[in-house]
Design a protein around this ligand. Sequence first.
Ligand SMILES: [Zn+2]
Length: 387
Amino acid sequence: MEEIRDCDFAILLISEKYLKSKNCMKEVLHVLKDKNYEEKILPIIVDNPSFYSTPGRIKYSQYWQDEKNEVDKLLSTLPTTSIVKEIAELKILEDIAHNINDFLIYISDINNITFEKLKEEGYKSIIESLGGVNLSHLASLLTISIMKDLNKKELLLDKWFEENTVISEAYAIRASIAKDKDNIEKANYNYEKALELDENNFYALNNYGYMISRIDGQADKAKELLEKAIELQPTFTIARLNLGVLLSHQFKDDDGAKIQYEEIISYDPTEAKAYNNLTNYYKSKKNNKKNNNKICQLYEKAIKFNPDYIDARIGYGSYLSETMGEHNYALKQYNEVIKIDEKFHEVIEVFKQRVEKIKLDRKTVMSRNDKCFCGSKKKYKKCHGKN
Ligand SMILES: [Zn+2]
């Protein structure tokens, strides 16, 4: 396990199993002994380990504490002469139990790359590195890209530029830092550089396109960039969402946006944002019962696949109250928002008052024998109209 500290870089594939494996955790302990370990590991999240919350982290500490206690108990039954190896073992378990929390806090604090994301980009970052670019250089770049502290990120990147042959990704990261610091001119320059070095860098194409999509007079160029990113990577969901929003907002092309969202749903039927954004298409159509019900069903799906989706719940709430006359159900959506994030309390109060106002002069558009708007396929009177 020494080699992990000696080489420049370690890519850690972190999963539930990994965090409960003694050998893997021994490896982690070694890494942690290096004071610059943050620059030397690239954690990739494989399944969905639950260390993002304190209780989740305690669960892992507890796991290792239990393992240690187990060995402890066993030791007390053995004669002292035969337990040298076991004592070493005990020491390791104690070490893990003691340190795992710090490690998990670090991991949950950076912008993690998930295995899903890596898969989505076709392992581009890793595969490309095998084809000539020095793996450790690229990995160090990835590590920089997931850091949250902008100043530290910038500093390390400057160092990286000095020490390595510059590649497209490095300019793209520099551009994104500039953008996060509101230096659009610098971001522009670096995105152009990134694309000069690799015109097929679809992350740069997407991020550049997204950045300028909100700048006056740049809509055409933004569209071109996003379309190229999608052409290179047809399952690039974020790029399709960005293009959809650009088409409907800047080009008033709701049909074009609809194509993007439906395409996403065709390869990922669980993408909540695609359902939510699709409601805009139907809202732009005539206000008739068929479209109204379709809109409700899209919101239901968005919320089903992402129950914490605040925008969707607020959008649905207003729609339910203003168009459907479903005031109580609207209030339920609003109350959920506060449960998700207490910060929305005041905003939601305003929405709730609106519901009360609308309630006074409008009534429901549903008849009791209609199929319910929510898409349950039950009659309205047996579903949301029941009370
Ligand atoms: Zn219903």
